[in-house]
Design a protein around this ligand. Structure first.
Ligand code: AMP
Ligand code: MG
Length: 434
């Protein structure tokens, strides 16, 4: 057996970085699909988007005011106002026929087309006669092009307004609307199959009898899948037998773009995930030098990537966050695959085992009292961090209260209070700059 894929000994366990890289190497971006513009929020654009028209399509007024010839009021002053005849009123959506002649102006509203002949707009507040509909009086000059938004200022017809790979936020959606894209090409969102293993599992509406527990992973993992921007397909719990495990993996990998399971990956008598993957496909690794969640199992079953998460709820959650979420994002076309890292001063000592990277649940806060603040600033950060409650891998409360994972390097055995450490933000997306 390839020593790297033998889960039984620590020396065969991959480092976290090697495991992550190896897993993500399996993952390829999905094909594009067209979706209605109103459903494109949060998706990644799969082709450059060009504009079909100039935006704005015409020169238009940036203010409510009067359109006129700058030359007509070049000498206007409070002492010597200039009066112009009001030829018409142009509302947004209207269009003035003909051309303004010298000595004329037009009342104009924001967004209305600037009439031919006019080369400046004086805003209403700058005129002596804001209500004028017959003759308007001007008491100062207005330079040419003032308060006029030019045709094609945003983008010209045929030019790219967004490029392939752009994340479609609300502003991008607005640009696509302005440039005529009723449907948009985006990378498909993966469908992720979620399988729970364990004879002890019952569903949420049941009350556990002796030896049983509610299946919380199925719900937390499905929620994580959705939060990562993918679609979920939940499968019924499977029994702890090799046959059932294989049958479930076969069905799910045929129906989904990515399949994850929880539980059954340790070295217990009824843990069949590793054996199932090994017998069905290409087992890549089954053990990572990390805490929590050393038994992380990956492989390809057919052409479908498979990730076997540990059963303990916090380990499953953290394994998902570190391995599955970036894979989902990669499939959906995102290039930012890492959560932002915030440096923070640690409140208290932390002990750990050498050789493992630790991901501890913690809460970042802005250093607020004066001593904290001075200390934190001296270390070059505004943040402090402490772990949240009990870090047992069976417990979820400490994750619920966490906004980050404290990342403790492999080499250390003691990370002392006052050390500046990396904290992986769980509360903000991968593309956010901190
Ligand atoms: P395993 O990896 O199957 O040995 O499971 C490790 C621990 O996680 C055991 O205490 C299981 O009962 C628990 N566990 C496994 N699957 C789930 C699940 N879906 N929801 C909640 N706890 C689970
Ligand atoms: Mg189990």
């Amino acid at each position: 057996m390839n020593p790297e894929t033998n889960p039984d000994t620590i020396s065969d366990t991959l480092s976290f970085d090697a495991a992550r890289e190896r897993w993500l190497d399996n993952i390829t971006r999905l094909a594009p699909e067209y979706v209605p513009l109103s459903e494109a929020l949060g998706r990644v654009l799969a082709a450059d988007a060009r504009s079909d028209i100039d935006v704005s399509p015409f020169d238009n007024s940036a203010m409510d005011g009067f359109a006129l010839r700058a030359a007509d009021i070049a000498d206007a002053s409070a002492d010597a106002p200039v009066e112009l005849a009001v030829a018409t009123t142009i509302a947004a959506g209207d269009c003035m026929e003909g051309t303004l002649v010298p000595g004329e102006c037009a009342r104009i509203m924001t967004g209305a087309p600037v009439p031919a002949g006019a080369d400046t707009v004086v805003k209403i507040e700058d005129t002596a006669t804001p209500e004028a509909t017959q003759r308007a009086r001007f008491i100062k000059p207005s330079p040419p092009a003032m308060n006029i938004r030019l045709r094609g200022e945003e983008v010209k017809a045929g030019e790219c307004v967004l490029i392939r790979g752009d994340l479609l936020g609300p502003a991008a959606i607005g640009l696509l609307a302005a440039t005529g894209h009723a449907t948009v090409p985006v990378y498909q969102q993966p469908t992720v199959g979620v399988i729970s293993t364990g004879e002890e599992l019952i569903d949420v509406e049941q009350v556990p009898t002796a030896g049983k527990i509610r299946n919380s992973n199925s719900y937390s993992l499905a929620a994580q899948v959705r939060a990562a921007g993918a679609k979920v397909r939940q499968y019924a719990n499977i029994h702890d037998t090799l046959e059932d495990t294989i049958a479930a993996f076969r069905q799910a990998t045929a129906e989904c773009d990515l399949v994850i399971s929880s539980g059954g990956v340790s070295v217990g008598d009824f843990d069949y995930v590793v054996e199932a993957v090994r017998s069905m496909g290409d087992l890549q690794f089954a053990s990572v030098k990390m805490r929590p969640g050393k038994p992380q199992t990956t492989g390809l079953i057919g052409r479908t990537p498979f990730f076997g998460l540990p059963g303990n709820p916090a380990s499953a959650y953290i394994g998902f966050e570190l391995f599955v979420r970036p894979a989902i994002r990669k499939m959906a076309g995102h290039t930012a695959l890492r959560r932002p890292v915030q440096k923070a001063v640690l409140d208290h000592d932390l002990n750990k085992r050498a050789g493992f990277r630790y991901f501890m649940r913690g809460r970042l806060r802005l250093a607020n009292d004066p001593t904290e603040y001075v200390r934190a600033l001296r270390e070059g950060t505004d943040y402090r961090v402490a772990v949240t409650e009990n870090q047992s891998s069976a417990l979820l409360t400490s994750l619920h209260h966490a906004n980050c994972l404290l990342v403790l390097p492999e080499d250390e055995t003691l990370v002392s209070a006052g050390t500046v450490i990396d904290c992986m933000r769980l509360d903000i997306d991968e593309n956010v700059v901190v």
